[in-house]
Design a binder for this molecule. Structure first.
Ligand code: GLA
Length: 355
């Protein structure tokens, strides 16, 4: 099936295997004049993004596996996935809504990470093609992983020339907390570590964390710290500095506070890889972005071309609400009430820069 709509990417669908319980997984290929992106229904995951380098040579700039089995056998990297209900961490896996305490699975150092044991990254989403893309839908039942309310999530991926746009919308039938993001690992060189990528983060403040990576609640300035990426700086330039925050996380794994209001579209990040000339620009309506430098990749898993997923061979820019917001009243709220539909949007735009 091919749906070609003027001014939009062509969309094709193919089979991508079945899960152990026999559910079929589909792969959607979105192809514009500049980019080809493949997205599957298991975890609503981005499987590949092919873009040109400065010489016009196409290459895949995201980490992943060649087949579904690789993803099914990997519970910890979240390659390409939509993570939820709550992307990132909730302290001790507990929070209160209207005085009632809820408990969600603790799967990371006594904290809840990325929605629990069976988060949205491990479920097969329903999908149908839309103009230039695909819409994925997941209905998470009341009590799923301990979260209250039946949550309906729609995630729309669409390709517009050199920009991959992700639109999220969520609604619930009972007050709940939600924080959806995409956990794609990028490597604009198409291999090696990302330490030689130049990172710019349009952010003046970040959320430092305690020993188990839960924000302390403070929003200090990045000024004079290795967290200052207001000017383009190599990811590797300061990552080994003697800094408590870098030591706790084994590198960068922090939330940066974006400029501009929650809900307003702003540029979050720009990443330039000097050898290929590739540039990734990230815009979002979210109030924060988690820049994770792939510190937990350990080289034991092998990618699409048999390459090992070495430590720091990919970086994530997870546009999001701040971690542990359900327990931190001063952070922008992640509460979602019945009758509301919350929308958010993130774009990944690919271009090149001359030498
Ligand atoms: C997020 C977390 C990291 C790590 C990765 C997955 O980025 O913040 O600590 O868990 O996901 O390995």
């Amino acid at each position: 099936m091919t749906t070609a709509i003027a001014a939009h990417a062509a969309v094709t669908k193919s089979a991508f295997g079945t899960t152990p319980d026999g559910t079929a997984v589909d792969l959607y290929t979105l192809k514009s004049d500049a980019v080809e992106a493949r997205i599957m229904t298991y975890g609503a995951r981005i499987v590949s993004i092919n873009t040109a380098d400065r010489d016009g040579k196409m290459g895949d700039v995201v980490l992943g596996y060649s087949a579904l089995d690789g993803y099914l056998g990997d519970a910890t990297t979240y390659f390409g996935a939509v993570v939820g209900r709550y992307g990132n961490r909730i302290a001790n896996g507990s929070f209160k809504i209207d005085g009632q305490e809820y408990h969600v699975p603790v799967n990371n150092n006594g904290q809840s990470l990325h929605g629990g044991i069976v988060g949205f990254d491990k479920l097969v989403w329903q999908a149908h093609p839309i103009a230039g893309g695909v819409e994925m839908t997941l209905v998470s039942k009341d009590g799923d992983q301990g979260y209250p309310g039946t949550l309906t999530a729609h995630v729309r991926y669409s390709l517009h020339h050199n920009a991959l746009r992700i639109d999220y919308s969520v609604s619930t039938d009972k007050t709940t907390v939600v924080n959806l993001t995409n956990h794609t690992y990028f490597n604009l060189a198409g291999g090696g570590t990302v330490l030689g990528h130049e990172m710019t983060l349009l952010s003046d403040h970040y959320t430092p964390v305690n020993k188990v990576l839960i924000p302390t609640g403070e929003l200090p300035s990045v000024e004079g710290t290795p967290f200052d990426f207001r000017k383009a700086t190599l990811i590797g330039a300061r990552i080994e500095q003697d800094n408590d925050q870098l030591k706790i996380a084994g590198g960068y794994d922090h939330n940066w506070v974006l400029r501009g209001a929650n809900g307003e579209v702003k540029t979050a990040a720009r990443v330039y890889e000097p050898a290929s000339g590739r540039v990734l620009t990230v815009t979002t309506t979210e109030p924060g972005v988690q820049f994770y430098s792939g510190n937990f990749l350990d080289g034991t898993k092998f990618g699409k071309a048999g390459e090992s997923h070495e430590k720091r061979s990919g970086f994530c820019l997870e546009t999001q609400h701040y971690p542990d917001s359900p327990n931190e009243p001063s952070f922008p709220t992640t509460l979602l009430k019945p009758g509301e539909t919350r929308h958010s949007m993130t774009t990944f735009t690919f271009s090149t820069h001359a030498k």
